[in-house]
Design a protein around this ligand. Sequence first.
Ligand SMILES: Cc1cc2nc3c(=O)[nH]c(=O)nc-3n(C[C@H](O)[C@H](O)[C@H](O)COP(=O)(O)OP(=O)(O)OC[C@H]3O[C@@H](n4cnc5c(N)ncnc54)[C@H](O)[C@@H]3O)c2cc1C
Length: 389
Amino acid sequence: MIIGAGPAGLMAAERLAGAGYDVTIYEAMPSAGRKFLMAGKSGLNITHNEDLETFLSRYGASRARLEPHLRAFGPNEIRQWCAKLGVETFIGSSGRVFPTVMKASPLLRAWLRRLDDLGCQIHYRHYWTGWDEAGNALFTTPNGTLQAKADITILALGGGSWKRLGSDGKWMQILQAAGIKCNPFKPANCGFVVNWTQHLIDKCAGQPVKAVTLSAGDQTIRGEFVISKIGIEGSAVYAISATLRDQWQQTGSATLMLDLTPDRDLGDVTTRLAKPRGKNSLGNHLRKTLGLDATKTALIFEVTPREVLNDPAKLAQSIKALPLPITRPRPLDEAISTAGGVAWDELDENFQLLKRPDTYCLGEMVDWEAPTGGYLLSACLASGFSTST
Ligand SMILES: Cc1cc2nc3c(=O)[nH]c(=O)nc-3n(C[C@H](O)[C@H](O)[C@H](O)COP(=O)(O)OP(=O)(O)OC[C@H]3O[C@@H](n4cnc5c(N)ncnc54)[C@H](O)[C@@H]3O)c2cc1C
């Protein structure tokens, strides 16, 4: 019995059915893989091509637990698996791997056909609500409550974001009631609220801030992000979001430091700013001397006190380390993924619940996190792949 037809559950189904098990999948939604399809909307970044050591390091504290599974079914194997389903992949900029068609739907269609060929049954609109005293799994279905029993139960119920796609995270209460430790969900790969002035919103909402470095704690990321009406989002922000989120959760506040001219050192910036300004406005002076665009200039004006703006040496320091106060992370439901979930020490090395033998937890519902870049799907697929061993 596999509960949850996302990438982790579907991969487990393929492996187990391929190994000769009778597999029945139960899924709450009217169709499979809704978050997987959503992931494909802006290009399905299914894995990442880089040396394995760097790849494994992306999983941080969970690396040791995920490593054997990612070694067994890593980026190369994922690409071969896609190819066998008739979907070729390519390596994009910065190593991200996508299907050549970019979307997820052809891959999902072929995958469901393969599962059908392997004899897997899928029951949609079957919402798992827990177990009864006899150990039967209970489902709410359009025809009332269903009880079902299986030799092996695989839970692949997803994280706690984007509830409308099916993974509502309510399984956590069921597992906690069964005595299984779960760590609270936390938004991962998320945006943040910043208390912008109306002036900045009018000038910059929707604008990218390109070629900057972002620092929080001991992490520094180079990249770009986007200013929204309510805060900041985009790839570089997601990449640093775990550090920023943890800082905010531990201290109640967080500050993102921006280097707006990462290719110039402080001395160079100071010298350039010290050049006579003549009749130029400060904005023009920043553009002419440092090449700063209107968005970067607006950011400087937004957070820098007037006395600093008027002092070239202090302003140079501010441009190299512009402090952006963060109000809070965006809500859990908006996050690309969630940290938290079933605690690792509740699972054996094959994702089996120690307190409930023959029941396994796979994919995003386990407490690990990773940046965007194909690492999330890679670990979900690898956990599903491991089940037949
Ligand atoms: C907008 C967006 C873009 C993304 N882009 C990428 C990307 O490009 N690359 C990448 O690596 N990752 C990406 N991700 C993350 C990735 O999609 C998820 O990490 C992945 O889908 C998790 O797989 P899963 O199988 O663990 O869970 P899910 O895909 O969430 O599947 C869980 C399934 O369980 C079902 N379910 C939940 N509760 C119950 C219940 N009680 N009873 C029955 N069924 C239930 C759900 O309906 C769902 O079908 C993206 C996520 C989002 C939101």
